[in-house]
Write a protein that binds this ligand. Structure first.
Ligand code: GLC
Ligand code: CA
Length: 573
């Protein structure tokens, strides 16, 4: 690995690039809200838009530039809202379009931008188009908006191919008339046919609909999945089996697959869609932004992040990595490099609604593969392997301070600012995630990171709502992490995030980074204005370099030195 300085320019710059309007996203701090679990204003046990609006002062005080809302559209919640029944409406369980407008205006008044989630790969099976497709029958234009194909065999009662969906189980679902439809996710999530111009036009309408209501950007769900070449594969008798597809998917992620060799992931045709979207984005001022959720190799990521495409792509490497300095350094170098290739900025993410919270992830031993360990831990309801939650939180705080000081935008997920741990102990009947149902005994799913926010240590429902218990109830252990408890403690994780985000705003500067050391036990770099970050992973405490003062520390210093699992931000003394 080469850790060459990318820039040695040392001019002090106080310019805050976030204030220049068209580029606001490049180094923005985006706070992800999972609406159903954030704040329940009307007491039905489900978080709602009025609840979000009531917490805007909290978000402003925290120092976020934008909020990204996971889907709040009408949905049967088979996949937590990523099964959308109507793209241009609000789920009545969550609020109304008027509530959405109120929320957006209140955000605007507070200087907070709003990003919404667009789910183009699939709809819900409740979507009126899918219902119409079922009724209209084989060969109809209605079926052509989705991916229906005839079953195999004389009775057409065998799936067209033996593909498995991402949540486990078959990806082709019979509808009872000899046809099957493709769903890469749950059977309640039929995949759209993006070769159909009607589908394309409808999504453009959706983008404009939200943009005209004041949204500043979009997070694009499964951005690498929309384009598919199903027939070539089915007709050629190739790649019918799950093993063959799984091996292609792996190669695709590693970057060793030829372009367009995968029948339904990361195909070149997908960029035509985003080029069309970009034209729409650029009609607005400032142009709308978009970030791709694309699980692809790093050589392909710049194609999603290009200026004539979505503009930015998530880097998920940090959330796959163990707490390890050489792993982190490699990811930093590679992610900055990927982003530079497309002229985009990179994104830093440790937690989101799909992965085990990083305060717990970094509490686990990492032998046997990092995510494999986490999967076992959840499956064993938190009993084995043993999680050292104190260690996990200390590491999570240090790791977060590291990414907050890097060039690029940072995404934080609701509750991580409280140091929330993953809820592993949950009765099976509480679980909602389709993975739990589709992979029994293998995976418990993602409910443990989607628990209701604890706003108050004492209040009813920990302050989440005035009525019914939350749909995913908080464990007792969340009381001491509640917002009003942490608010009073100067050393709390909440107050650390507040200070870090405030300072980050002041210190944010040109998107360059200079490595200060290749010490194997530290991560140590500097930004062009002299903002320095030192994270110690080693057992021995590290002294503060001379002529530096500590601006912020993720934990207590020991005799003026940085102890293990601790990060400091330093400024010229
Ligand atoms: C994305 C979402 C995830 C969802 C899936 C299917 O990966 O982040 O929550 O289950 O897409 O829409
Ligand atoms: Ca509610």
């Amino acid at each position: 690995m080469s850790l060459q300085p990318t820039q040695t320019n040392m001019t002090i710059s106080n310019a805050n690039p976030q204030t220049s309007s068209a580029d606001w996203w490049r180094q923005a701090l985006v706070y992800q809200i999972y609406p159903r679990s954030f704040m329940d204003a009307n007491g039905d046990g489900i978080g709602d838009l009025v609840g979000i609006t009531s917490k805007i002062p909290y978000l402003k005080d925290l120092g976020v530039d934008a909020i990204w809302l996971s889907p709040f559209y009408p949905s049967a919640l088979k996949d937590g809202g990523y099964d959308v029944a109507d793209y241009r409406n609000v789920d009545p369980k969550i609020g109304t379009l008027a509530d959405f407008d109120d929320m957006t205006s209140a955000c605007k008044a507070a200087g907070i931008k709003v990003i919404v989630d667009i789910v183009p790969n699939h709809s819900s099976d409740d979507h009126e188009w899918f219902q119409a497709a079922l009724k209209a029958g084989p060969g109809s234009p209605e079926r052509n908006r989705y991916i229906f194909r005839d079953g195999l065999g004389p009775n057409k009662d065998q799936a067209p191919a033996d593909w498995e969906c991402m949540f486990g189980g078959p990806a082709w679902e019979p509808v009872g008339d000899g046809q099957y439809y493709l769903h890469l996710f749950d059977a309640s999530q039929p995949d759209f046919n993006w070769e159909n111009p009607e589908v394309r036009a409808d999504f453009i309408k959706t983008l404009r609909f939200w943009a005209d209501r004041g949204v500043s950007g979009f997070r694009i769900d499964v951005a690498h999945g929309c384009s598919k070449k199903v027939d070539e594969i089915l007709n050629s008798n190739k790649l019918h089996s799950q093993e063959e597809i799984a091996s292609l998917s792996l190669k695709m992620l590693e970057g060793t697959l030829d372009d367009d060799a995968h029948p339904y992931l990361d195909r070149n045709e997908v960029f035509d869609i985003y080029r069309e979207w970009r034209k729409v984005f650029n009609e607005y001022s400032p142009p709308l932004t978009a970030v791709a959720e694309a699980w692809v190799s790093s050589k392909r990521k710049p194609l999603y992040a290009s200026a004539d495409g979505l503009g930015q792509a998530f880097s998920f490497d940090m959330l796959m990595a163990p707490f390890d300095p050489s792993a982190f350094k490699k990811i930093i170098v590679d992610s900055l490099d990927d982003a530079a290739q497309s002229g985009s900025s990179t994104t830093w993410v440790f937690s989101n609604h799909d992965v085990i919270r990083h305060a717990t992830r970094h509490a686990l031993p990492d032998d046997g593969g990092y995510h494999e360990t986490a999967r076992k831990y959840l499956l064993n309801k938190g009993k084995a392997p043993v999680a050292d939650l104190e260690l996990g939180l200390r590491r999570a705080r240090a790791a977060t301070m590291m990414i907050l000081a890097l060039p690029g935008s940072a995404y934080i997920y609701q509750g991580e600012e409280l140091g929330l741990f993953e809820v592993a102990e949950m009765p099976d009947e509480e679980r909602q995630d389709p993975t739990f149902f589709r992979k029994p005994g293998v995976d418990v799913g993602r409910d443990g990171c989607r628990i209701a926010m604890p706003w108050s240590g004492e209040g009813k429902n920990m302050g989440f709502g005035p009525g019914k218990r939350p749909h995913l109830v908080q464990p007792e252990g969340y009381r001491k992490l509640a917002v009003d408890v942490e608010d009073k403690d100067p050393n709390s994780t909440l107050n650390l995030y507040r200070k870090a985000l405030g300072l980050r705003h002041e210190l944010q500067c040109a998107e360059d980074l200079e490595w200060l050391s290749d010490d194997a036990e530290t991560v140590h770099f500097k930004r062009p204005n002299g903002w320095e970050v030192l994270v110690n992973f080693g057992k021995e405490a590290r002294s503060i370099p001379s002529n530096r003062k500590v601006a912020l520390s993720s934990g207590d210093l020991v005799d003026g030195a940085v102890p293990t699992d601790t990060a400091v931000w330093l400024l010229p003394a």
